[in-house]
Ligand binder design. Structure first.
Ligand code: AMP
Ligand code: MN
Ligand code: MN
Ligand code: MN
Length: 304
């Protein structure tokens, strides 16, 4: 595999895989068509669209690729919210069949959890003298999955905070006025639905759950015992020590390694394809599970 510089002059392996991203189908700001166009600009060859608890963006993304003959392979994906030991853990499914009945059923349940939680969050905000949140987030989500990201945007628009991270801190984090725990599925249920739709399960951003090393190991072990295949080792906004630590977990627990930007919107610090490479000695998830690779003959950006 050759080295190539992407749009930000980062050295990356080609073909460049970015296996975690969001569109307007959940809390991303770009349309699915806008997202795939940007992925090509950023020299990404294989993009997984992994919206929160929905696969609604996949067909429009595939249509945009076909219509514009973009040199990009779209891997259908999803990011499922789960509840484990009172922590919200995200499981990414890669290479799923979005039409598989088991996936459709799980996502239907998850969307009901999202709707119900949104109503509870809105009524808590209303009691705190912030009316109109449900209408506000439903307008922002425009039929897509309602996330706390939409509540954050609504609250910033209402002048309740100056930016998104402030609004999470003051309103949406655990223990704050607008925090309501959701009744997400279990890790086991998420992995089963992913497997029943022919996909591979990835433990998303393990460094972001604020777990001690002991609990993180417990989580990784539980995930593997339930049949999970990979952990996300590389993200673009991450300390080098975290990447090597996660690579060590991948080796220790014999899990494949994934990489993804978790791109939501154009901004200064997170970009599609940026800084995505895996440390030596781990198996890339697409190497261990070659069905995740583009079929020979698929038009993608190659080493050049
Ligand atoms: P939900 O799945 O509805 O609980 O929303 C979670 C989403 O909110 C995550 O995927 C992030 O996009 C966003 N989010 C969570 N915490 C923060 C934070 N501290 N700052 C900015 N965005 C956040
Ligand atoms: Mn999100
Ligand atoms: Mn996540
Ligand atoms: Mn994500």
């Amino acid at each position: 595999m050759g080295q190539q510089s992407n749009a930000m002059n980062q050295l990356t392996d080609y073909p460049l895989y970015d296996l975690h991203s969001h569109s307007q189908a959940s809390d991303g700001l770009l349309t699915p068509a806008g997202l795939v166009a940007r992925a090509v600009q950023m020299r990404v060859s294989v993009l997984a669209l992994t919206d929160h608890d929905t696969v609604a963006g996949i067909a429009p993304a595939q249509q945009a690729i076909a219509q514009q003959q973009l040199p990009l392979y779209l891997l259908p994906g999803v990011e499922i919210s789960t509840l484990w030991e009172n922590h919200e853990i995200h499981i990414v499914g890669l290479g799923i069949d979005p039409q598989a009945p088991a996936m459709k059923q799980l996502l239907l349940n998850q969307s009901m959890c999202r709707q119900y939680r949104a109503e509870l969050i809105a009524s808590r905000l209303e009691k705190a003298q912030i009316p109109g949140a449900l209408e506000g987030v439903m307008a922002l989500a425009a039929g897509g999955a309602i996330t706390r990201g939409h509540f954050a945007r609504f609250l910033v628009a209402q002048g309740k905070a100056s930016n998104i991270s402030q609004v999470f801190k003051n309103y949406l984090a655990r223990g704050k006025t607008g925090y309501v725990p959701a009744q997400w599925c279990t890790i086991k249920q998420a992995i089963e639905a992913i497997h029943h739709s022919a996909g591979r399960a990835v433990l998303a951003h393990p460094g972001r759950y604020h777990l001690s090393a002991k609990w993180l190991k417990r989580l990784v072990l539980h995930f593997r015992e339930q049949g999970g295949e990979a952990i996300e080792v590389a993200q673009c906004q991450q300390a080098p020590a975290e990447r090597s630590q996660l690579a060590q977990y991948a080796r220790d627990y014999d899990l494949a390694a994934s990489q993804g930007s978790d791109f939501h919107q154009p901004c200064a610090w997170i970009e599609l394809g940026r800084k995505l490479w895996l440390p030596a000695g781990v198996d890339a998830v697409w190497t261990r599970y070659p069905e995740l690779q583009p079929q020979p003959g698929t038009a993608i950006l190659e080493d050049q």
